[in-house]
Design a protein around this ligand. Structure first.
Ligand SMILES: [Cu+2]
Length: 290
């Protein structure tokens, strides 16, 4: 019966994919947009299959028991049983096994998502502060190696630009409280913790304009920490960086410097150069080999 359920679930869900047109076929996720989304998608799909199997099994047993052992006449009481060791063993160990399997797949997916690329094509420093974002593009060719930035206000949010098909390393910093960097289409979010540099790598795979958010309640105007993420061609990306340079937005934005001075950061972390930073993915330890 278990096998039949798995086959049935696999058939029903095989029409699903992270780039399907319908929300239903994506199981309510947005359309995937990076080289890392597949890992989260597989975790999501697998969790649905597991939940479906468990649901059908438990519900089937409930229906079976209540029909098979029902009271058949007014003057008869069904057999009352107090102890049943096999059943008690089952409902003790089955949940432990279920949790262990979920845990295993969660850790595996997490390690895949946080895997480092050797030499990222771009490095973007993201500073989340109350209540705005700043994006620093470090040592870009388009600006002859000069750092350029875009910084927003709650009234006029900053925009993040990324080139499609090229790897990006994000370094997340906060000068005040915990924020969380989240672009739903990337199937990924990571907390920004003051005094610590969290970082992750990915390659955007689809051009488009996505909405990014702060996903950690960070105070009064938390809900205004919204930004647009433009995933564009390399030419458009370079042109945008040149615009920032022409507008004089070079160096580091005022305010974001505090993110480097906050207690907890040492040495390389303070400089704003993140190539050597080993926090973030390194902390979770896994397949990164760092
Ligand atoms: Cu925030």
């Amino acid at each position: 019966m278990k096998l039949a359920v798995v086959v049935f679930a696999a058939l029903v869900l095989s029409g699903c994919s992270p780039d399907a047109d319908s929300d239903l076929a994506r199981l309510a996720l947005p359309i995937g947009s990076t080289d890392r989304t597949q890992h989260i998608w597989e975790l999501w799909l697998g969790a649905w299959i597991a939940v479906l199997v468990i649901f059908l099994l438990v519900f089937g047993l409930i229906v079976y028991a209540s029909v098979r052992y029902r009271r058949r006449s007014d003057d008869e009481i069904p057999a009352q049983i107090r102890y049943n060791l096999p059943i008690e063993a089952l409902y003790t160990f089955a949940p432990v096994i279920i949790v262990a399997v979920f845990f295993f797949h969660t850790v595996t997916s997490q390690n895949n998502v946080l895997e480092r690329v050797d030499n990222p094509d771009h490095t973007v420093e993201v500073i989340g502060s109350q209540w705005q974002w700043a994006f620093n593009y470090l040592e870009e060719d388009a600006t002859q190696g000069e750092d350029v930035f875009d910084v927003g206000t709650p009234e006029d949010p900053a925009e993040l630009w990324l080139p499609v098909g090229e790897s990006v390393r994000f370094a997340l910093k906060s000068p005040d409280v915990v924020h969380s960097f989240w672009i739903p289409e990337f199937y990924f979010k990571l907390d920004i913790v003051p005094g610590k540099v969290n970082s992750f790598d990915l390659t955007p795979t689809r051009e488009g304009v996505f909405t990014g958010r702060c996903a950690e309640l960070c105070g009064l105007y938390h809900s205004r920490m919204i930004f647009k993420a433009h995933v564009v061609s390399r030419d458009e990306y370079d042109a945008h960086l040149e615009e920032l340079k022409a507008a004089g937005q070079t160096g580091a934005p005022a305010g974001s410097k505090e993110a480097n001075d906050i207690a907890g950061l040492e040495g390389d972390d303070k400089t704003g150069r993140v190539d050597e930073v080993q926090t973030g993915a390194g902390d979770y330890k896994g397949g990164s080999g760092e």
